[in-house]
Design a protein around this ligand. Structure first.
Ligand code: DGL
Length: 279
């Protein structure tokens, strides 16, 4: 019933139209990468809101305002569906975005939460930005899927700048991880959700600190898998050809360009969009 109404609402959408992906900045490239790997045929437009980065420490009202503006901008580019790659935005602004646009919208919280429960985990750790943890969005979704699950959430704000500095293998990153993750070790979690776009980059460090018995759940990867199924069920999956990618940022592209090489392992072209073009 719900699916039917989405199809009717989007009957003008075509499989050739691009997918829109947005994040507060560079981190969403981990989600872009997962989507690209799974769907090489799809056209994709990525927007990094570098002028407002980081979202993790911003107020709900600001995050909602920025997210809805970006969703409108991407819809002007004729996207067929939108992936909110940013965990903080998914946690606080998803329902506002869904109300504001008429394309299907996927956030990263529900797929991450669902994956934990589906795999039978019962003591689930969640790490994310202050905004994501404060929202309690992961805990709420996990408990919606399983009333027996216990959720332990910890904000790890220093991970974002450490990743952006490229200090992925430096001892200081592991030291910081040991401090942040101690309460989760004490809580004897069986799984840990990487509830922030940047964290998959330091997965080896987090895994080393938590040990082999704790499974790491990458919300971005889970989202890519669920999103592919959503496109298929809506008949919006592009099945042939090689997809193009376009990247926009809201501030000077220089830093994004430099960091993107580290995240993607290849060079990309990035264009700056001024806020006045949103309206
Ligand atoms: N992209 C954000 C997230 O996944 C992390 C960076 C930020 O705080 O903006 O929550």
């Amino acid at each position: 019933m719900q699916k039917k109404s989405i199809i009717q609402k989007n009957s003008g959408l075509k499989a050739e139209c691009p997918i829109g992906i947005f994040d507060s900045g560079i981190g969403g490239l981990t989600v872009f990468k997962a989507l690209r790997k799974l769907m090489p045929q799809e056209n994709m437009i990525y927007f990094g809101d570098t002028a407002h980065l980081p979202y993790g420490s911003k107020s709900r009202a600001s995050i909602i305002q920025f997210s809805v503006e970006i969703a409108h901008f991407l819809c002007q580019q004729k996207i067929k569906a939108l992936v909110v790659a940013c965990n903080t935005s998914s946690a606080v602004a998803l329902s506002a975005i869904k109300k504001a646009v008429s394309v299907p919208v996927e956030g990263v919280i529900v797929p991450g939460a669902r994956a934990c429960v589906r795999r039978g985990f019962r003591r689930i750790g969640v790490i994310g930005t202050e905004g994501t943890v404060r929202s309690g969005a992961y805990a709420a979704e996990i408990k919606r899927f399983s009333s027996q699950a216990r959720v332990f959430e910890v904000a790890c704000p220093l991970f974002v700048p450490l990743v952006e500095e490229g200090w992925w293998k430096y001892g200081v990153t592991e030291e910081v991880a040991r401090i942040y993750l101690k309460p989760l070790q004490k809580a004897r979690v069986d799984s840990l959700v990487l509830g922030c776009t940047h964290y998959p980059v330091i997965k080896p460090v987090i895994s080393r600190v938590m040990g082999n018995n704790v499974s790491l759940i990458d919300s971005g990867e889970q989202t890519a898998q669920e999103f592919e199924k959503t496109l298929e069920s809506l008949n919006l999956r592009k099945r042939s050809g090689r997809g193009w990618s376009r990247f926009y940022v809201s501030d000077d592209p220089e830093r994004f360009l430099r960091l993107s090489r580290r995240f993607l392992g290849s060079s990309i072209l990035v264009k700056r969009v001024l806020k006045k073009n949103f309206e």
